[in-house]
Design a protein around this ligand. Sequence first.
Ligand SMILES: [Cu+2]
Length: 360
Amino acid sequence: MGDFPAARNPATHPEWWGKTFYKHFPNHGFVGDIFTVNGTAYPVMEVKRRKYRFRFLDASVSRIYEFRLMSSTQGPKSSASLGYKGDDLEGQYRIPDAQQCMQFTQIASDGGLLPFPITRDSFELWPAKRREVIIDFTKYQDGTPTTKGDVIYLTDVMKMPNGRMWTSSSRFSPDPAYKVPVLKFVIGDSAPDDSQIPTAMRPLPPLPSNWQSLLDNRLIFEVQRGSVAGETEWLINGKPFDPTGVATSLKNTAGLTPLAQQKVNSFNLGEIRNGGGGWVHPFHLHMEEHRTVMRNQKDVTRGDPSHPDDVSREDLVALDPGESVVVYRGFRDFVGPYVAHCHNLAHEDHAMMFGWEITP
Ligand SMILES: [Cu+2]
């Protein structure tokens, strides 16, 4: 209303409602105030006392989640009844006395099975990211057996009040009071379970021993927030999406600015860099999965404690503010044009995308 003084105050002019002088939505991204699973708010899932395999996909426009398995004596309370206001009402409920009670065994990410299972207290799920976990409902993490009727909450512990980034998570100024129930598990009868989690699963494709020598001529793409004619625009290497051609790399250490054009059956290193400014970007590369080899100039081919599943096949790069990630990729199947884009859908729809190509 205050945005359109020339229209005076539409609140007092219902005959103006539904007209097309609607201001377009902000392009920061959207975070909703009710979290749904498979289209349902506050779902309840009855499980047997056995292991289950879950596949997670973050289908939110902008929201990043961090999930923990928690139990509670008092149960969820409405955030309003706890005195929260404004953005702090997002999620609508909190579980004030919730405590972590189980761990996840992560077995897969975007591109299928990991080389080995990873035991995790929590995991982040960024827009478009996929992760698969095993939850063993027979016992708590301290070894105590579960009993019929026990309740476990899949709980979001990442506070993200807007499309910009989180304000608290386990990796970044944790807020122990932010515990929002997303999915309630109720444990039922025991059930036979012969399943076993292997210690070794799908090995990663090998890196060439000289991979570091490819660094000098890597392709570099920097995602950034720009400002054009008073509108915030989302840019890559200073440009909005051009659907008519392929993008150009920033100047690499070899002094070159290669085109984003790859010969079929070749491999390369590409750097995706977050130009900073306190925004996060879930960056999605179409076509073939990659393997992360460097994060913030550090070799992570042997793993990175803060991103333990960097050692997997992924197609989504989670970029913290100011972060830079180098990925190794192959281009083995089809020739033709492809895109890469931010998967915060408001950024994508405001042109944070570039074209690239596989040539014969
Ligand atoms: Cu983005």
